[in-house]
Design a protein. Structure first.
Length: 227
């Protein structure tokens, strides 16, 4: 009788990995998960650019607006043919770059309230100040003629009278309309009739304008609004 003894050898080394199998079919789309919690509030973004406007006839800005500078209302002489058509708010502390007198130049003068005593008491022939104002919380400005109130959701910065140059034959140039504050101030020490640029009230003429609601020869009002 023959006895066979089977001896077990050691395990062999791992074989070489096989190739990837065939890609299976795509499974069904899972159900939508629950909405996550709201994240923390981010930091405040930069402020908008704000609004800059001129308050004609005053040395200060309305409450809530920053005074950029106080100035003197300037413009072209009412008898000069050339020059600028706008009024400008000239700073009280001018800065120059050249001491050379130019060969040819335009001229700029102070601006007087003219024939205003029946509405602006004590201001006839006085020179008009101005204030350049900035409000950081607004983004747009609107001046409305013939109104003293702003549209709803807008803020009144100030109200007053629509003023410009005189319409008569002695006036040789046109000026833009500006809204002059209803409570005007004057430049200290002014009051002499030196003329220059002038601020006259603007009155309604019932020629093409419907009267009513407009009233003939009534001083036109104005309001400056921001939003």
């Amino acid at each position: 009788e023959v006895n066979l003894q089977i001896l077990r050898g050691r395990d062999g080394r791992d074989g070489v990995p096989g190739r990837d199998g065939v890609k299976g079919e795509r499974g069904d789309k899972g159900e939508k998960g629950e909405k996550g919690e709201t994240g923390p509030v981010g930091q405040a973004g930069p402020r908008s650019g704000g609004v800059v406007y001129t308050r004609w006839g005053r040395k200060s800005c309305p409450t809530g607006a920053e005074l950029l500078y106080e100035g003197i209302t300037g413009g072209s002489h009412y008898t000069h043919i050339g020059g600028g058509a706008n009024y400008v708010c000239l700073p009280k502390d001018p800065q120059y770059m050249s001491s050379t007198v130019p060969f040819g130049y335009s001229r700029i003068y102070g601006t007087e309230y003219e024939i205003v005593q029946n509405i602006f008491s004590g201001k006839h022939d006085h020179n008009a100040p101005c204030a350049v104002c900035y409000t950081s919380t607004k983004s747009v400005k609107l001046m409305i003629p013939a109104r003293t109130s702003c549209p709803s959701s807008w803020t009144i910065e100030y109200k007053g009278y629509l003023m410009t140059e005189y319409y008569g034959v002695l006036t040789k140039n046109n000026k833009v309309y500006e809204c002059v504050d209803e409570y005007p101030e004057s430049i200290d020490g002014s009051g002499a009739s030196t003329n220059g640029a002038l601020f006259y009230f603007t009155a309604t003429v019932c020629n093409g304008l419907p009267c009513p609601p407009y009233v003939d020869k009534r001083a036109i009002t104005c309001v400056v609004c921001t939003k």
